[in-house]
Write a protein of this length. Structure first.
Length: 322
């Protein structure tokens, strides 16, 4: 399967896109691969089990994002009405704050009109349903992490401070086979944690923002794990402070660097745990194909034809009575 995002296109081709032109471009890519040995822009296709596990982990993530959106709507509703939020011990979204919101929606606390009370009651019902759903999904994700497919990697990943069950499962299911990355640079490029470049001639330092390629869910949980690691791990916080000291005005650069460092650390942890036997078999087949396909297919075919001709000449020489 070819990766359309890796096929080079000029601005002229982007403005004139048709199915016929796309087919001609794909034919040209295949012709260059067969005749000249150019590398195909292939994409890794996950197996059925990985795609099925992603559905569960993504469902948990989607429910969490919906809950955050509902809470934001509740805050906006309170700001649109002339009512001040009562200070509750322990910060926002505590049990006391939930009880205060329910009393507000029932009219036992003045400050909201009838329509606002009904809207707040609807939002609270949605929030309660989502919270119950998230609890159930968290249990299912935890049960999935204890299966033989992920148990070994989870033991190694959970040893890293700031990395929990959900972060580790998103990392494993979204990336899939971690042995397909030959080095840490390939992993960082896949996750979109490398700077973009726009260089020409002698200009070799024109770096831009990160590429943001690959799964955005992994970058999101890596950012959360980095902040948790900074708070809980003194060595992690020391490294972050050293990066911030280099460029105090751009602390986000230090956060992205820590995300890349954490992703590489998690990658090494999974490799130490050892992949499943099925993945090892896939890697062995990939490496075997890489050794066989080291030369272009045309050269391999020519080599086979020449060998067959030499073998036929030897057979004729042996059968000749002279």
């Amino acid at each position: 399967m070819l990766a359309p995002t890796k096929i080079e296109r000029s601005p002229k081709h982007r403005r004139n896109k048709t199915d016929e032109r796309d087919a001609e471009r794909l034919l040209q890519v295949l012709r260059n691969h067969v005749m000249a040995g150019d590398e195909l822009p292939a994409v890794w296709v996950p197996d059925a089990a990985t795609r099925d596990d992603r559905e569960l982990v993504r469902a948990q993530r989607d429910a969490t994002e919906k809950l955050i959106a509902i809470k934001t709507q509740i805050r906006c509703l309170l700001k649109r009405n002339p009512i001040g939020r009562q200070r509750m011990p322990g910060g926002g979204w505590t049990n006391g704050y939930h009880h205060w919101l329910h009393r507000l929606s029932e009219g036992r606390i003045e400050g909201l009109g009838t329509g606002a009370q009904l809207a707040l009651a609807s939002l609270l019902r949605q929030m309660n349903a989502l919270e119950e759903e998230i609890v159930e999904l968290n249990q299912e994700v935890a049960a999935l992490s204890r299966t033989p497919r992920y148990a070994g990697a989870m033991r190694e990943l959970c040893k890293i401070k700031g990395v929990g069950i959900l972060t580790a499962m998103i990392f494993l299911t979204e990336i899939g086979d971690l042995t397909r990355f030959p080095n840490r640079r390939k992993l960082a490029a896949y996750l979109g944690l490398v700077p973009s470049a726009n260089e020409s001639g002698e200009a070799n330092d024109r770096k831009g923002h990160i590429t943001r390629q690959g799964p955005s869910r992994v970058r999101h949980v890596l950012c959360q794990a980095v902040w948790m690691g900074i708070r809980s791990d003194p060595e992690f916080a020391k490294t972050y402070a050293a990066l911030v000291a280099r460029n105090p005005k751009h602390k986000k650069i230090a956060v992205v660097a820590m995300m890349r460092r954490l992703a590489i650390r998690m990658w090494h942890a999974v490799l130490r745990a050892g992949p499943p036997a099925k993945v090892l078999g896939q890697v062995a087949r990939i490496r075997l194909r890489a050794r066989v396909g080291r030369h272009p297919p045309a050269m391999e075919a020519r080599r086979d034809v020449d060998g067959w001709r030499h073998h036929r000449q030897e057979c004729r020489a042996r059968s000749d009575p002279r």
